[in-house]
Design a protein around this ligand. Sequence first.
Ligand code: N01
Length: 544
Amino acid sequence: LTTRTEPVGAEAPARAYDAIIVGAGFAGLYQLHALRDRLGLSVRVLEAGSGIGGTWYWNRYPGARCDSESYSYSYSFSRELEQEWSWTERYPEPAEIRRYLEHVAARFDLARDIQLETRVTRADFDEEANAWTVTTEAGERFVAPFLITAVGCLSSANIPKIPGLETFAGEWYHTGRWPHAGVDFAGKRVGLIGTGSTGIQAAPVLAAEAAHLTVFQRTANYSIPARNGPITPQEQSRIKANYAEIRALTRTSTNGHPFLISERSAHDATPEERRALYESAWEAGGLRFRAVFRDLLVDKAANDTAAGFIRDKIRQIVRDPATAAALTPTDHPFATKRPPIDTDYFETFNRDNVRLVDLKASPIEAVTPRGVRTGDAEYDLDVIVFATGFDAMTGPLLAMDIRGSGGRGLKEAWAAGPRTYLGLQTAGFPNLFTITGPGSPSVLCNMPVAIEQHVDWITACIGHVRGHGLVRVEATAEASDRWVDHVNEAANATLLPMANSSWYLGANVPGKPRVFMPYAGGMAAYAQICARVARNGYEGFALR
Ligand code: N01
């Protein structure tokens, strides 16, 4: 792997490639392999971190695990890779996923085209040359006809602007920027702010390590037990023998997971049957709970049956009735915010060294030198952990000053929320592709499945453009307008927009336009639309 050595002056000549990829996580690595080894292009990957892995490079907080099942959270493009890699647990830890990606990088000889410690700050499209000039923080410049962002959907840390944070005498961390050396919590009083997927994974581990844990909760969350465990040799053999079926299933499913959503309505089951089915999904653990009935995400009354089941579980698990009541979600339907899965989250509140602070009852007013002050109390802390999520989907893209035709900025084009065609391109930004961009299934899907579909599509599109002696591909404004309407329709056909504090809507970042960003029409249906667009000569794109 190459790392930047000296800052380079802006006067240094730009280095030319066929394509520049920003990011060396799951998406960037596969995009490099596809463009270089299938199309024979010269490619440079620019990566801000000092290692590859993207999400799994940055998110090393205690309790971090992937919520997708390991064997399905992997690349499907190489049969050999599938067979030679063995996952050790149902839900892998970041270190195991990094080892996997490092294995992939070594196996496909990717490292030589990846430049680490290189943060892209700007990209400008040149109308004459039909090429992008990409500028890095150090002032290095790269030029290429094609620019592909592989920056992830959840990579811009959202650190709330709480007054007084700079006065805090202790240490504070955001889970998405976790120190590689780890944090020693022994003997410390820890405050955890945030109870999304991350906070819910971290709380039990923090409680076990620290002297005392205070969990600051703004929105109570539904969570399902993950039921993590080792993958036995028998399971390992079964997985490896059945990879073809597993992949076929992930590609036909709504969410890219290796299971289908039931075809049965919650209304077609008796209360006893429903309870038995929910109970068995609760025992099996993980995101499959969402798939028990077909109408959980489209019919509020159906959803109420699942939500009610989980609320009962919370009341059964948490001994203190006031704490149980505060932990019980009531303001949004189940799974309309990304459902967390956990290992002993609710049980953690039965520990003597754990306290829940309900911010709905009394919000945080300030961080003081001693800790966190809410409307009615001050909590003394040695460490604050922000599990406050991300400026999702658009954050990492808008953090780069991307300027398309006529010097128009992406920030301007997306001022009222992201507008894309298929989540792949934005009108006015020729030859720029956004892997798992807003308007694509992305975060509603098992990410590697969404990523591979996008990379394959982008690679074929670039191959088509070059193969036909063309130089430019650009989403038309009309196609983009139609797609934005369709993305809204798809979201409105579900209960998802009912969670009005969800990051899907941008609601977690003050001032961010409220637009439902991912495409909720399902991964399989989406892939078919993309395939049809390509088959029809890239309809909705202007090629020249
Ligand atoms: O972030 P979140 P996350 N004061 O935005 C609260 C993926 N993921 O990092 O709900 C007080 O979901 C906020 O409260 P509210 C997964 O897709 C995957 O947990 O806005 N609290 C909420 O409780 C997930 O959905 C894995 O009212 C504040 C929490 O912080 C996504 O990442 C693991 C606050 C933020 O929850 C993001 O999850 C973990 C404030 N000012 C995450 N601001 C896998 O295993 C925010 N909050 C693959």
